[in-house]
Design a binder for this molecule. Sequence first.
Ligand code: NAD
Length: 522
Amino acid sequence: MATVEGQVSQQAPDAAEAPNGKPEAAAGIAVENPATGEIVATVPDLGAEKVVELAVRGRAAQPEWEAYGFEGRARVMRRAQKWLMDNAGRVIETIVSETGKTHEDAEFAEIGYAGNAFGFWAKEGPAYLADEKVKSSQVLVKGKKLVLRYQPLGLIGVIGPWNYPLTNSFGDCIPALMAGNSVILKPSEITPLTSLLMAEGLRECGLPENVLQIATGRGATGAALVEQVDMIMFTGSTATGMKVAETAARRLIPASLELGGKDPMLVLSDADLERAANFATYYSMQNAGQTCISIERVYVEEPVYDEFVAKVSEKVSALRVGKPDGFGSVEVGAITFPPQMETIKDHVADAVQKGARVLTGGHQLPGAGRFFEPTVLVDVDHSMKIMTDETFGPTLPIMKVRDADEAVRLANDSPYGLGASVFSRDAARGEAIARRLQAGAANVNDAMINYTVLELPMGGAKASGLGSRHGAGGIRKYCSQQAIVVTKLAMKKELFMYPYKNRTSRMLAGLFKLLYGRGKRP
Ligand code: NAD
């Protein structure tokens, strides 16, 4: 068992946090490989006092980092992009060791994402945050220089989940850093190793000391972090997101919340069924279904229901599940978070008890690793948790609907609103239906792909979140806006100033009337 030590100075175990005077190691967090059950490392569980220390160091380091300017910061990000590609094998092994996901899931959805993100923010960050010269219709400021300016907020807290330790935890640090902030990242206690490795990589690439710090720990460490920072970027469950939002509201700091989902897929009767079945299979089972925007439920128009179900069942039953052993070894990896297995089993059992049929899968695999069979269910309805609650596992419930209107109604019958997808050969009809879905993103004849488009905002509607990542808003949220008004040609005083004179005031009133009151009332 390896103990992760000394990768960043703040990781020294916090002796004060040790419960009941147990030795330091007991205060640490053991990181398990979910595919084998082995403990692969331990990391410190930082207490609130340690978080305060990190915050002090982060704030002290920020001005120098801001002074690097866009060019200096972009250089570090581009070096980091190259570092990631040079060290992809090592990063993938780290991700796989703490999540149990397949090497492909780590390569495509994590390395591919972060590789792109480093370059994207290095290039687009300066454009999104450039000073904007503003023109105004306000006559009183004619001739003045008007500028909208973005300033880094200072110290950003990023809290991440366990399902994508690189993309969802570390990924949000990239724009925050590029904007000129220092960052404290609190990765999930289940998967802290990737963040530690990335911090090491960034230091190698010239990121100044303490600009990015990793606060390993559990929920209490995350809660302590929200108390210290100038803005919090949170990704995780809706329940925790609400707690984070409460603290942020009390402290009057901005919070960006990326939360849970229950993404629907709509298959219309004119869909390319082969494509729809491939997408349903892949995007429900990819990452063993542990993706916030995975397809969690499908609604199929009656005329094509039987054929679609037959295709999906055949494809899902052909998937290999088990311990990942390099590219091409298995399609479906482990269930990363131990309690998630209980949720998955509970949702399947609840559905079966209420009349659902399992066409393939349905059980946990025996053995040391934590695996659940890729599962297809039919005869499902909205009385079942598997159609209403986030399952976050390799399950695909498919429901027959009368028509597209019923599909839209059921798709929107959810507290969540993260992503959605519609399949139809008539792209215009598909788009019209996509526009009726209450979701932060809707893909037509595709799924999940919007996440890779860094130019588009990615965020949730309803209980799936507040704010978004990516696009201009995805970096501006790490800044405050400053409005600058510069008067160059200045008279001694303006016309509207004291002393008030009847004649001048009437003249100005006449001017307003001329400007805003001409013509007939529309
Ligand atoms: P979680 O809410 O249990 O934990 C997320 C993080 O919050 C962890 O680092 C945890 O230690 C920390 N935390 C726990 N209590 C806290 C508190 N009181 N204050 C501050 N931080 C606290 O979520 P999870 O189980 O790690 O992740 C799975 C969830 O994340 C799913 O619901 C999934 O849909 C969601 N998710 C959403 C997105 C998105 O972009 N919308 C992406 C990935 C995952």
